[in-house]
Design a protein around this ligand. Structure first.
Ligand code: SF4
Ligand code: SF4
Length: 380
């Protein structure tokens, strides 16, 4: 295994592959019922492969992940062999006292007296406001001084300007966790975001390197592009090599559902060093990216400059889902997510009043209201 260091925490050696406890094997496809035998075998294999970063969160597996993680680490006598990360469910936080309430409950669930890496979970503009309004960062600093948490960071889901605002808004960030892969260089924080964070001393933990598994199951046309390299490699390996090449990356969290996947990913994480991609390899990845991009119906880079929409439409999110649907399929899952996360909350494309406020702000010149109507039809 290859080990890397956080800019602000150089004394810790972190495995370049981390184990995400969000997509563990389950029973009967029920996310709330972890297949504990298989999940335990996965954790054991991860430890054998040299993985020492384990990442969970309050809501994973219908709130069963933290409890399982605590039990499994104890059963394997491995709590002190890993750096344990979990996240504050900021969407549940209404007042200052809630920060400690959730942290204490998480320590109990994880059956430990300290959490090595504690993240404010899935920050966006609204949750960042909540964090500040409830004095969350002061409370986390006190928890750090008391030894309940080791290092403070955040995970992120919003646009680049919000990301920069969060980075600039607190000098104590030690790390950030962002979605990043070869198809999403401009999505959310993106390349510009991880570079900006590193320039401020905030290292990156990468999530969704395989875009929820989609980049491990690419169409034949993309496999043909990869094959042109002349050396057999799985699609997942190309995607992992892309994120591990970045010097901002400390560890890559991949949801691995089997020991086989774990050993494959561990082998890549052992050999894919920073700045190691050759020009030829970069060209292959570019060609694969171009193949996907030309099949996406709207040229939205999800830059977020069109936000905020006065009617609350989640413009880049709707376009991203539509693009993803056309490129990768998965209609049922994406339509269901679109409905529950956006339409039900009044942020769907159907809330567009065609006021035109967003139009001059889009650097891609997208006819946003018209294209939103198409996106809504495709996702409904
Ligand atoms: S045209 Fe539609 S999407 Fe654009 S700002 Fe107006 S309501 Fe929002
Ligand atoms: S619609 Fe335009 S401005 Fe809005 S996120 Fe997409 S590319 Fe950026």
């Amino acid at each position: 295994m290859q080990y890397r260091n956080f800019i602000k925490i150089p004394q810790l050696n972190i495995s370049a592959l981390g184990l995400g406890m969000m997509r563990l094997p389950t029973l009967d496809g029920d996310a709330g019922r972890i297949d504990e035998d298989k999940a335990m075998a996965l954790l054991r294999a991860a430890l054998e492969a040299g993985v020492n970063y384990v990442d969970t969160a309050w809501p994973y597996h219908n709130q069963q992940s933290e409890g399982f993680t605590g039990r499994a680490l104890k059963a394997l006598g491995a709590r002190d062999k890993v750096y344990l990360a979990t996240k504050a469910p900021v969407w549940h936080i209404k007042e200052a006292a809630d920060w400690e309430k959730y942290l204490d409950e998480q320590l109990k669930r994880l059956d430990t007296d300290h959490i090595d890496f504690y993240l404010v979970h899935a920050l966006n503009a609204e949750r960042w406001d909540t964090t500040k309004a409830t004095g969350g960062l002061d409370i986390l600093e006190r928890a750090k001084a008391a030894g309940k948490i080791g290092h403070i960071g955040f995970s992120f889901h919003d646009s680049l300007p919000v990301f920069k605002d969060i980075i600039d808004g607190y000098a104590g960030w030690e790390f950030c966790q962002v979605q990043y892969n070869y198809l999403d260089e401009g999505y959310q924080a993106g390349t510009a975001g991880i570079e900006y964070a590193a320039s401020k001393g905030v290292s990156g933990i990468i999530m969704e390197p395989l875009r929820g598994g989609a980049l491990a199951r690419v169409p034949k046309e993309v496999m043909d592009i990869f094959s042109s390299y002349g050396k057999p490699r799985m699609a997942a390996e190309w995607a992992l090599r892309f994120v591990l090449d970045r010097e901002e990356t400390v560890t890559v969290l991949s949801g691995m559902a089997s020991e086989g996947q774990l050993w494959e990913n561990a082998a890549v994480a052992s050999s894919a060093m920073m700045n190691s991609l050759t020009n030829k390899e970069r060209a292959v990845i570019e060609a694969a990216r171009d193949w996907f991009k030309t099949r996406m119906p709207v040229p939205c880079t999800t830059c977020g400059y069109c936000k905020p929409c006065p009617s609350g439409v989640a413009i880049p999110e709707a376009f991203e889902l539509w693009n993803s649907l056309v490129a990768f399929g998965g209609k049922e899952e994406k339509a269901s997510w679109y409905k529950s996360a956006y339409v039900s909350a009044g942020h769907g494309a159907d809330a567009c009043t065609r006021c035109g406020v967003c139009l001059p702000k889009c650097p891609q010149g997208i006819a946003i209201p018209d294209r939103l109507a198409e996106a809504h039809a495709a996702l409904s």
